[in-house]
Write a protein that binds this ligand. Structure first.
Ligand SMILES: C[S@@+](CC[C@H](N)C(=O)[O-])C[C@H]1O[C@@H](n2cnc3c(N)ncnc32)[C@H](O)[C@@H]1O
Length: 194
């Protein structure tokens, strides 16, 4: 199946803003593991209507930047309709390509998007390219063996070992996260400094 057939249908974008998701994923707590600071820059890969974009904007503050990247114009319109703060910069880009310069961001966040993108190795190389040396990436996605029946079909999901291998092959160093969930995995990695 082609990657675009696995894309989240923008007609259902309201589901991504369901308060139950907030209770389930607790974005401030999860994003704290990224070790982002005020004034830094971060890319929100596959931002959708901005579930993670707003809490990321809160962390980096008005002096920081959140590149809110999505391929879907409907998703970016839905984000704009929520009036994000000025540090949020919408960016239409089709992953694996990231339309940003080399070593230009401090961190990359991608929630529930990796399983919708191909090829995985090209995505990890692009994340590595746009991150500054010493920058971090955090990827959250559905476990193929999740307990809950929510989420994309199990056949669309990517096993965490596969994501880790692709990150390592792109030159990342995998970091411990100390976070576990019966439905999702979180993988964090560092672009080592030379
Ligand atoms: C399941 S939604 C998750 C949205 C958001 N990260 C969240 O957790 O609320 C996946 C998002 O990735 C976007 N997406 C899928 N494939 C993409 C691609 N190749 N390039 C950019 N965005 C993509 C979709 O348009 C959608 O907004």
């Amino acid at each position: 199946m082609a990657a675009h057939e696995r894309r989240f249908d923008p007609h259902h974008r309201e589901l991504l803003l369901d308060p139950a998701r907030w209770a389930k994923w607790d974005p401030p707590r999860l994003l704290a593991t990224l070790d982002l600071h005020p004034g830094e820059s971060v890319v929100d890969l596959g931002c959708g209507p901005g579930f993670w974009t707003f809490p990321l904007a809160e962390i980096v503050g008005p002096e920081g930047v959140v590149w809110a990247l999505d391929v879907s114009p409907e998703m970016l319109e839905a984000l704009a309709a929520r009036h994000p703060p000025r540090q949020v910069r919408p960016l239409r880009s089709e992953l694996p390509h990231i339309d940003l310069p080399d070593a230009s961001v401090d961190a990359v966040w991608g929630a529930f998007v990796v399983h919708e993108v191909e090829p995985l190795d090209a995505l990890m190389r692009e994340i590595h390219r746009v991150l500054r040396p010493g920058g971090r990436v955090g990827l959250l996605d559905w476990r193929p063996d999740a307990v809950s029946e929510e989420g994309p079909p199990r056949s669309h999901r990517v096993a965490p070992e596969v994501v880790r291998q692709a990150l390592e092959a792109a030159g990342f160093h995998i970091l411990p996260t100390g976070w576990q969930h019966e439905d999702a995995y979180l993988i964090q990695a560092l672009r080592p400094s030379p």
